[in-house]
Design a binder for this molecule. Structure first.
Ligand code: AMP
Ligand code: ZN
Length: 113
């Protein structure tokens, strides 16, 4: 298995897991860009947002709900946070397994990119 996030799902790589259910897992980013930096992923390998089929878009809603829950848990819900999903090379996606970044805990740049 080559996909690093599939290896985390399989328990082959260590990770700091904050949430998991039948469909979703969330763990801390290994190279945090903000005081709170969590990755929310589907357990199933989906390469990118662009590869998400129309009949499985509900997974993104579930991932956002988990992000909201973790934002409350991490104490950043009121001050604010940012969710980022990069898709494809020019979108800045490095790990080819769909993931949502939850970033917060400091004032983030007003510029999106
Ligand atoms: P992206 O650039 O959107 O593909 O984001 C990939 C993210 O995965 C980066 O922020 C990496 O720091 C993070 N990452 C890569 N490998 C691991 C790992 N083993 N555990 C936790 N986070 C990781
Ligand atoms: Zn994968």
């Amino acid at each position: 298995m080559e996909c690093v996030f599939c290896r985390i799902v399989a328990g082959e790589l260590p990770s700091d897991i904050l949430y998991q259910d039948k469909q979703i897992m969330a763990f801390r980013d290994i190279n945090p860009l903000a005081p709170i930096h969590v990755l929310i992923i589907p357990r199933r390998h989906i390469a990118s947002l662009a590869e998400l089929s129309d009949n499985e878009t509900s997974i993104i809603g579930r991932m956002a709900a988990v992000a909201n829950k973790l934002a409350r848990q991490e104490g950043i819900a009121e001050k604010g946070y940012r969710l980022v999903v990069s898709s494809g090379r020019e979108g800045g996606q490095v790990v080819p397994h769909l993931h949502m970044h939850l970033l917060g805990g400091r004032r983030l740049s007003d510029r999106l990119c």
